[in-house]
Design a protein around this ligand. Sequence first.
Ligand code: AHR
Length: 633
Amino acid sequence: VDIKVQASGGNKTSRMPYGLMHEDINNAGDGGIYAELIRNRAFQGSSRYPVSLAGWTPINGAALSIKNLTAPLSSALPNSLNVATGNGSPDSEIGFRNDGFWGIDVRVQNYTGSFYVRGSYNGSFTASLSSTLTNETFGSVSIPSQSKNDEWIKHEFSLVPKSNAPSSNNSFGIQFDAKSVIGGSLDFNLISLFPPTYKGRENGLRVDIAEAFEALGPKFLRFPGGNALEGPNLANPWKWDETIGDLKNRPGRPGVWGYQTSDGLGLVDYLHWCDDMELEPILAVWSGLALDGAYINETDLQPWIDDALAEIEFIRGPASSTYGSLRASLGHPEPWKLSYVEIGNEDWLAGAPSGYDSYIEYRFPLFKQAIEEKYPDIQIIASPSKFDNMTIAAPAAGDYHPYRQPNDYYAEFSKFDALGPENLTLVGEFAAVHPNGGRDWDAGLHPFPWWIGGVGEAIFMIATERAGDRIIGSTYAPILRNMNRWQWSVCMIEFEADNSKTTLSTAYHVFKLISTHPITANLPTTPSTNTSSLFFVAGVNEDTGAHVFKSANYNTTNHEDTPVKVGFAGVEQGRKAQLTLLTSTEGPFGFNDPKIGNNVVKETNEELVAGSEGVFEWTMPELSVAVLEVSPE
Ligand code: AHR
């Protein structure tokens, strides 16, 4: 393939071409990027997911029970753990332990913890990290009791283990001397333990996962869902004002993915994530559709529109405003920047056709009008796209979610040609999820991201970049999967409690290569698009002056290599370029398996030198992805 790249004349591209989308699925939040180590730390539950002692076991025969006291820690956290002597020896310290989110990663580092206790006790508590298998203690700390009868008292501590644990099969325990307890038992709640967090943020993010995302060079964060925004039914959408402030005032909620969520990772924490990773927030507000298909009637919609306006004011209103002052009271007087608001999530899906009709007829127009009136600078995004049979009047944008077979991405390479300048589109979720000609939604997803899926995704990403003046940005979804409890198998990163087992999928490597070589203006090419198996985009990064060429080779005639020649107008002979080429060591179906910790993605880096007329030459094997970055003069 012989491609000539012009020196100018292409369209400008989005300054936020790639980002992240987060929702609590696969324990991506609790037990995932939210660094809290204690599972079921506040005995939260609902009629959907009843309150339980999941995660907790007694030490030295203590009797553990959940109590709903008349004087709870808070109205948000009405349940607590009662710890009594039980059948243990009265002479030994009794207590309880938590095995974390299916293990706890114990290293020589500072853990900060806290718990609330209620009851009369004059001794001290011992907090420890120890092996669940052998009881070996890696570190412990003594915490003098300040507890009082009839009052909830917060105890805080830090703990530095003396050694690293050999595995993550560890527990966190709290013990006390039962003989010194007046009244026979103590009540505990909100028992919390954090390792060091990403950028040292209090109530922050797990370091290894956050740093893996940072390495993708993302530019935006779409949150809080996905389906998680919608909630399982009309009573339980994601409610921003129940996710802010002191953890003891966050009730949590029944998630849509089979478990109760704590909302420890709440609205302010998402905004801190944006601050710390320099991401543009794309806030999704609830549009009045639940995942069970129920939706709010027009006459009952206004309180929810007001709620969305309140949320926006909380984020970006002046500290003198009603909700801006609430933000200021939580320690953030400065408004955050918020330029993108999406109304709902996949309103074309749950509850269609009447639910979707209600979105088109009144839900979207009423939310849009109210937000635009108050915040004319905000880019409104509808949750369907032009490709979901919705006519979205500019300046509002749409959201497109292509979960596909790899072949579909190849067949749909020109799909965005249908977008006019008035059809701004966010790709708020995408991923290759089914093998070619294989499973469908009812039969389930592919077990992991796999190589040919990644090449398909590369073709899709290249297509979005070619339409970079109309595509606001794109994000893979879901991004995280806790291997101990998951509902969606195809995710960018798989992880366990043990940080050394975090697995970057084939999709991650492809996304990273493409997202970390930004093009700010496309350059026209001859031929203008693929004439063979090679899919490509060419452009320039105006911030650095580098020319960039991205390509994916897919569906060659006989699985043969494709020789590529790319000549850039204005690039003289002898100019150097860096070629990064990704291939699979295990063919189309290779995948990065967290059980064996392999990486099937082979990356080769080569310096190329321009021949006459600024032409660079290399070979793309069948099913490969490459980025060529030409050094600025
Ligand atoms: O990413 C998983 C789910 O796929 C999202 O929650 C939803 O928006 C989509 O259907």
